[in-house]
Design a binder for this molecule. Structure first.
Ligand code: GDP
Ligand code: GDP
Length: 437
């Protein structure tokens, strides 16, 4: 299960600058898309590829946001109490302050593992700064300059080192024949109705997977001869622990279940279109590189006119993920489930396909001959060869020269060519470019 790290500190010490550095994704081509809104508070740090962790920016400690933003901010602050590690951020220029003292005494009461991070070390006398903050009594202090991206790699290393053992590993034993699905979406789109519908079908053999860590709950089931594992969802939780008072929508749990699944089913409400919160969950799925199926729920009871309106809006808002299949369903009536599961299978098969080096090189050769890279200021990128770089998502590593000059449009051409040739649907596809032979 993805460990949780909380950034805590008074306003203006640089928490959001640090948060942005840690959560920035590598694949700008795929991720900097209009239509994907980023949640300001939550993200996943993948700078150490083998040890991703969840990071929450708890914002100011007071906070008076209203509505859903307020609920998210309250969750963010509550997250500090559940965090595997708290990073207490202070400002080297300001030194210690009354507000820092206050936060420190709050942190002592929380009694979570805590790291003192001194930001804005640029242009200060590091020795003096350290000696000033030494009165806070931390055995170790880390110094960074977020604005100059200094010390961030050491910070990541330090965080990963302090993560609990079981937090860093994949904790559920993953049977390769079992498709791992997470149903994700904002409150009220119908996740628990769908999950209960699926679990309630006859011929279903379902059993709860005992949580190896705190909250991890999954259900294994067999449906028409195929094995599945439904990863912790709102629906499962409500069924499993009725008495538990949980916020109806937990960002942390959503991000964790996305991380653990192979196929994320993003549920939308046909009546509501794609809201900002939907877009934020979608962004999290894309960041994680997960296979994706979009289930448009509550399709029942829509007039023909409403259906047309909904179709137009959805195609507009989801146009930037053309590879994701959309399925219209009614969780309430159980319609569209067969189509939904077919789409899940296609996405899973595409995401987990193992490619041979020969077949991907043939594809590159054909793509190159049909349409070689354009000449940019008299220079032409050369693509020498490609080899498969892993699955889920399918990754292709292209070697060549002058690859920095390869335009985004050409990268998109390659992606589309590979998608078509290998019939890849429902999964992102990653191309990495390596200079030299
Ligand atoms: P937050 O309120 O804690 O989230 O703080 P922000 O990330 O918004 O940063 C507050 C201000 O400090 C911004 O103007 C940043 O540009 C600046 N800042 C952040 N990190 C550094 C740093 O390492 N050095 C300097 N000199 N300024 C920084
Ligand atoms: P969750 O918060 O995403 O788990 O959503 P719920 O499953 O609790 O559903 C929220 C509301 O939407 C409930 O009142 C459901 O009865 C209703 N609902 C769920 N699925 C459907 C559907 O397919 N059609 C209609 N008309 N209502 C639905």
């Amino acid at each position: 299960m993805l460990p949780l790290v909380a950034l805590v500190g008074r306003p203006n010490v640089g928490k959001s600058t640090i948060f942005n550095l840690l959560t920035r994704t590598r694949d700008a081509l795929v991720h900097d898309q209009p239509g994907v809104t980023r949640d300001r508070n939550y993200g996943v740090c993948r700078l150490d590829e083998d040890n991703p962790f969840l990071i929450v920016d708890t914002g100011g400690i007071a906070g008076e946001e209203e509505g859903l933003a307020g609920a998210t901010a309250r969750q963010a602050r509550a997250a500090a109490g559940e965090a595997d590690l708290i990073v207490f951020v202070v400002d080297a220029r300001d030194g210690t302050s009354a507000l820092d003292d206050e936060i420190l005494s709050w942190l002592r009461k929380l009694a979570r593992p805590t790291l003192l991070l001194i930001n804005k070390i640029d242009g200060t006398d590091e020795h003096a700064v350290r000696s000033e903050f030494s009165r806070y009594g931390f055995s170790e202090m880390l110094t960074v300059s977020a604005a100059h991206r200094q010390g961030i790699d050491d910070l990541v290393e330090e965080i990963v080192e302090r993560m609990p053992e079981e937090g860093t590993a994949e904790t559920l034993d993953n049977d390769p024949d079992r498709i791992r699905i997470a149903f994700v979406g904002r409150p009220n789109v119908g996740k628990s109705t769908l999950v209960n519908r699926i679990l309630g079908e006859e011929r279903m053999i379902a059993s709860e997977v005992p949580g190896t860590t705190r909250d991890s709950i999954a259900v294994d089931l067999e449906r028409e001869g195929q094995l599945y594992r439904l990863i912790d969802t709102a629906g499962l939780r409500r069924k499993a622990r009725v008495e538990e008072v949980v916020e109806k929508f937990s960002v942390v749990k959503t991000l964790r279940s996305i991380e653990q699944c192979q196929v994320a089913v993003l549920m939308l409400d046909a009546h509501e279109g794609v809201t900002d919160q939907d877009a934020s969950v979608l962004g999290a799925v894309l960041d994680a590189g997960r296979a994706l199926v979009i289930a448009i729920n509550k399709w029942d009871g829509l007039s023909e006119y409403d259906k047309q309106q909904a179709e137009t809006l959805l195609s507009l808002k989801l146009g930037f993920v053309p590879w994701a299949e959309n399925v219209r369903i009614s969780a309430l009536h159980g319609s569209g489930l067969r189509e939904l599961f077919k789409a899940i299978h296609r996405a899973h098969a595409s995401a987990t396909h193992e490619f041979s080096t020969a077949e991907v090189n043939k594809a590159l050769e054909v793509a190159y001959e049909a349409n070689p890279p354009p000449s940019i200021r008299g220079h032409v990128s050369k693509l020498r060869y490609v080899h498969p770089g892993g699955s889920n998502p399918p990754t292709f590593i292209v070697h060549g020269t002058r690859l920095k000059e390869l335009p985004d449009s050409y990268k998109r051409y390659l992606e589309n060519f590979f998608r078509k040739r290998f019939k890849l649907v429902g999964t992102p596809v990653t191309f990495l470019f390596r200079e030299g032979a």
